[in-house]
Design a protein around this ligand. Structure first.
Ligand SMILES: C[S@@+](CC[C@H](N)C(=O)[O-])C[C@H]1O[C@@H](n2cnc3c(N)ncnc32)[C@H](O)[C@@H]1O
Length: 377
């Protein structure tokens, strides 16, 4: 990735030699021409660099569609507008799986739903439009949550916040302070270098750990935090007036961070389905990702007036949906009315989605609701 390396080197030199890692990651993933997520849309799945629940097969979207149809059912009679929205839709596969299922199994809801894709990248919008052509009368693109219309809303995302740029903090036990890692071009490669001071965007989000814990935190302990993701989340929970938000991603539940085994942080790089040893190598050619702090997200959402409906593993979340579906026999006969009707591929997909050793335990779901945003006085 010659061009993007040159661009990052230029940015580092303009910044005085050391670039905050969040800016390195932002350029590596989202540079409008050479960024990892901008060059093409084939990063996910067997021929890409990593799998997601979406690339396991259509069952993930079908299960979500079943639950969201139940959730939005009352709005069919109670609300003038029903807004379904996905953020981080990538190539539009999950949106397509959900809309296909609704069209076939809940035609009344399909007719009423206004489906919005929150997508700031013009290039990714084009890819999604091509993929969702069959639903072109239903789909609208917006680049910010504030552009969503008012109405009963269900906004969901899968593996979005783990792809936001992170800032990497390091605990400096002698100084009893957090230090921020930057990136410099040294000896013909990018290398970690401490920044002289914390970036302004980082300061409000520095982990607020109790003194007793800081006293024993090992020197060099890494905290990977994403001010960009937290700001995005604050905008979402502050803007959506009424409805539901489902956030699915891998990350920490309350009480799961910090732990002794997390000294090295959660930042990872992937290419060709392999963990790559150096996140600074090959910018634009490998995915960069870090765990999401669900505890913090839940606290922010509650303070904005949202109620938590569920925070736990993907395994329990999807298993409860499947159990409801089997119990009511209310799915499509073509898909399943009881578990024994499942085809072998569906059983395999379900196992991958819920088995703790596959995606069931690492992935978490935060489900929130709000009846109506309180008026600001
Ligand atoms: C790890 S991929 C997940 C894709 C898809 N949701 C799935 O589960 O297969 C993360 C996606 O989020 C997109 N993304 C990053 N920042 C975004 C933002 N601010 N708004 C919408 N999408 C964003 C990336 O371009 C990428 O397509």
């Amino acid at each position: 990735m010659h061009e993007i390396s040159e661009i990052i080197r230029g940015a580092a030199s303009q910044a005085g030699g050391v670039l905050p890692f969040a800016r390195f990651m932002e350029l590596a993933l989202y540079h409008p021409e050479f960024g990892y997520y901008e060059r093409h849309d084939r990063q996910i799945g067997r021929s890409g660099d990593f799998f997601t629940s979406v690339s396991v097969g259509p069952l993930f979207g079908q299960l979500l569609a079943f639950r969201l149809a139940q959730t939005l059912q009352p709005a069919l009679t109670g609300s003038p507008r029903i807004i379904l929205a996905e953020a981080g839709a990538h190539d539009g596969q999950l949106a397509g799986d959900i809309l296909d299922w609704l069209q076939e199994n809940r035609p009344a809801l399909y007719e009423r739903v206004e489906f919005h894709l929150l997508e700031p990248s013009p290039r990714r919008q084009t890819w999604q439009q091509a993929k969702l052509h069959r639903h072109s009368t239903k789909t609208v693109w917006v680049n910010h949550v504030s552009a969503l219309p008012l109405g009963e809303t269900l906004l969901y995302s899968n593996e979005l916040l783990d792809a936001f740029p992170i800032s990497r903090l390091r605990w400096h036990s002698d100084a009893h302070a957090w230090q921020e890692w930057g990136v410099a071009w040294l000896g013909n490669r990018f290398q970690w270098q401490p920044l002289a001071a914390l970036s302004v965007e980082v300061i409000p989000w520095v982990p607020d750990l109790p003194e007793e814990l800081l006293a024993v935190l090992p020197d060099g302990f890494c905290a990977d935090i994403s001010p960009a993701a937290l700001r995005w989340w604050q905008e979402v929970v502050g803007t959506v007036a009424q409805g539901h938000i489902w956030l699915i991603d891998y990350g920490y539940l309350p009480g799961e961070w910090p732990q002794p085994g997390q000294v090295g942080g959660s930042l990872r790089a992937y290419a060709d389905h392999r963990l790559c040893p150096d996140p600074l190598a090959n910018p634009g050619g490998q995915d960069l990702t870090a765990h999401v702090d669900f505890d913090r997200l839940q606290v922010l959402a509650r303070s904005a007036g949202w109620q938590s409906e569920y925070l736990g593993t993907q395994s329990a979340f999807l298993s409860a949906i499947a159990a409801d579906w089997w119990r009511t026999g209310d799915g499509t006969a073509a898909i399943f009315q009881e578990s024994s009707n499942w085809t072998a591929p569906m059983v395999r997909q379900f196992q991958t989605l819920v088995h703790p050793a596959h995606l069931g335990r690492a992935f978490k779901v935060l489900s929130l609701s709000r009846t109506q945003k309180a008026a600001v006085t």
